[in-house]
Design a protein around this ligand. Sequence first.
Ligand SMILES: Nc1ncnc2c1ncn2[C@@H]1O[C@H](COP(=O)(O)OP(=O)(O)OP(=O)(O)O)[C@@H](O)[C@H]1O
Ligand SMILES: [Mn+2]
Length: 478
Amino acid sequence: MVWLKRRRVLVLASIFILTWLVIIIYTPSPSGSQKNANHGAKRGASQQKPPQSGSRRSGKLPRIRIVDVDENPSIDKEEQKIETQLRDASQDFSDNKNLTFSKIKILDGENGDSKALLNIELDLIPHALPEGVRTQGAIWNLAGSWVNSKQITPADNPDLGMVLNAMANRPIVKADIGYKGTQLKARLELSGGQWVVFKPGRYTRDHVIDGTPYAGYDRHTGEIAAFHLDRVLGFHRAPIVVGRRINLRTEIKPVASQSLLNTFLNRGNQTCFYGKCYYCKPEEPACADEHDMMEGSLTLWLPRDKKLKKWHHLWSRTYRDNKKAQWEHDNNYCQGVLEKYPLEKHRHIMDILDTAAFDYLIGNADRHQYETFEADGDQAMLLLMDSAKSFGNPHHDERSILAPLYQCCKIRKSTWDKLLSLQDGRLSHVMRRVLSHDPLAPILTELHLQAMDRRLVTVIATIKKCLSDHGAEYVLLM
Ligand SMILES: Nc1ncnc2c1ncn2[C@@H]1O[C@H](COP(=O)(O)OP(=O)(O)OP(=O)(O)O)[C@@H](O)[C@H]1O
Ligand SMILES: [Mn+2]
């Protein structure tokens, strides 16, 4: 009996084992390559398997990672020591000890070795003085040496922070009335012989300008933000700008020319000045706070030996309610412009198209004229000077600023690629980070930053429409 029972158990066990063997052999297993792929994944396996739609999408738009680097790993102890010595040896750099080095990268792809789409230095700290920068004027000569026919600020150069630092801290040795123009400003000379334009702050950050697209006084914050956007877009056509808080009584009055002093007045316990310009008048002065402090933007003067040539902007406004400019009613206006000024012969006309996107993003409808370097003739670049009528109303997008773009349907491919790379909130992210390093930060309210993202969607949609109407060969300029 026992023997029979054992045989039954053995047969049942064999059937059970055989059944399992059959199941194991005939069940399809993952392919070898997949096994290896899963084995090789260190972490985040789900991130490593992009969905089909994701990989299709990455063909069009690069997958982008934004990296904020707050500490410069290259600054070692020894360098920090030298930096401290240099700062202590020179009062020029003595005020700004707390600024940190920073850098923003936008990377194409997710690996460390991927292509950098944007890589800009944000440092406001001088972490090493370059060779020869030992005299008061050397830093300004360095900034002047960056100015050439193709760009006036450097891309990815840590010395830019040193120039910003000097502009934000150097003593003011002379102050004079603004030179020309319609808006209140002063021309200051910083120690070492550098001229800068001072545009006083007249509005709080959240003040909204209503009225015509060019209404209101200049916005110093707009000038600062525009300088940084010019670099983010890779243009490098705007002079260097930094924010600075200045004491009118102790820093300006003692070094002011008589003609500037004549425009000073007191309002209650506030020190004010109204300067000399087309719209300057005693009833509309700019005033410091009760401690005589006034915010403003400082724009670095371009090298004085570079002669500028003024151009009337072909899409300028009439500044009259009852009169329209030709471009405002003539749909073939651009055709006429391109016949008269073929793009390959007139670089600055091509720049007008970049500038339309730029000005639309910042809400500047006041680029009635522009300047180029005279020596460069028709191949000269358009200098993005005076962008202060920007960021007036975050709730309004002034479509007419885009007219050169939607009428000509042409844009540089490099600009188009850059605009695409800043989609999906990256533009505001980068600008928020860049601007956080200005001494007057925060520069733009969240509403203004969001407005830039919203406007970018419109710029891209406008170009996409051109691409579908005319094709890439016509629209994208190499
Ligand atoms: N950083 C600079 N370097 C060299 N020249 C400059 C600089 N800033 C301004 N200028 C000169 O001064 C002129 C007037 O400057 P700006 O446009 O800022 O003044 P504005 O009062 O706003 O003028 P407008 O009323 O015409 O807009 C410029 O067109 C240019 O010729
Ligand atoms: Mn102006």
